[in-house]
Design a binder for this molecule. Structure first.
Ligand code: ITT
Length: 190
C-alpha cells in the first residue's frame, strides 16, 4: 500500500511538486483533501517552530504522517530580517512593498549578503524530524526580472549573475532552498 503524507497547505502547486519528487510509492494529500480550513496560527519565533506548528496540527487532526514547512529570506546586514516575517514584512504577501522595504533598509549598505531558507518538519508516530535547505547569495540594488515570486527579483544566488526572477523556473528549482530541503526529506523517506 502507498504511504500517505499529508502536506500542511492548501497550495495545490506545493502538493503536486512534492508528489512528483516523492513518486509512485507515496500518496501526497493536502488540507484541502481533508476539508480542513482552520487558520493555523504560526506564532513560533523560528522557522523550525512554525514548521512544527503546521505539521503537529495536521497530525493531531488526522493521525497521518504530516509535513509542515516555513521559508523566508534572511539578510545579514539586517540582523536576519525579514526572516520568519518574510511574507508580511511591509504588507501581507505584497511582494513589491516587501522588496521595497528591504532595499530601502539596505540603502548605502555594502554588505548585501542574504540567504533563502526552507525548514520542513515531518510529524508522525515516531515524533518530529526536520529537513533544512539554504541557498546563499547577494541582494541587488534594484528589482530585476519577472519570474517566480516573493523576493526573487532582488536575489542573485552565488555563482550566478541573474536574479532568481530572471532565471527559468526549472533552473531556480534545481538550486533552491526548497529543493534542497525536499531532497533531504526524500533521502529520509527512502
Ligand atoms: P504558505 O505559508 O501559505 O505556504 P507563504 O507565502 O507564507 O505561504 P513560505 O513560508 O514558503 O510561504 O514563504 C514565506 C515568504 O518567504 C514568502 O511569502 C516569500 O516572501 C518568501 N519566500 C519564500 N520562498 C521564496 C522563494 O523561493 N523566492 C522568493 N521569496 C520566497
Amino acid at each position: 500500500m502507498k504511504k500517505e503524507i499529508l502536506i500542511a497547505t492548501h497550495n495545490a502547486h506545493k502538493k503536486e511538486e512534492i508528489q512528483q519528487i516523492l513518486g509512485e510509492k507515496f500518496k501526497v494529500t493536502s488540507l484541502t483533501d481533508y476539508d480542513i480550513h482552520d487558520e493555523i496560527v504560526e506564532d513560533g519565533h523560528t522557522f523550525h517552530a512554525n514548521a512544527l506548528i503546521k505539521a503537529q496540527y495536521c497530525f493531531n487532526k488526522t493521525g497521518k504522517p504530516s509535513l509542515g514547512d516555513d521559508s523566508g529570506l534572511v539578510v545579514d546586514a539586517l540582523d536576519g530580517r525579514p526572516g520568519i516575517y518574510s511574507a508580511r514584512y511591509a504588507g501581507n504577501h505584497d511582494f513589491s512593498k516587501n522588496m521595497a522595504k528591504v532595499l530601502a533598509e539596505l540603502k548605502d549598505q555594502q554588505n548585501r549578503k542574504a540567504y533563502f531558507v526552507t525548514v520542513m518538519c515531518l510529524v508522525d508516530e515516531s515524533g518530529e524530524n526536520y529537513f533544512e535547505g539554504r541557498v546563499y547569495g547577494d541582494l541587488t540594488q534594484e528589482i530585476r526580472g519577472e519570474q517566480g515570486f516573493g523576493y526573487d527579483p532582488i536575489f542573485v544566488p552565488d555563482h550566478y549573475q541573474m536574479t532568481f526572477a530572471e532565471m527559468k523556473a526549472e533552473d531556480k528549482n534545481k538550486i533552491s532552498h526548497r529543493k534542497k530541503a525536499i531532497e533531504k526529506f526524500l533521502d529520509f523517506m527512502k
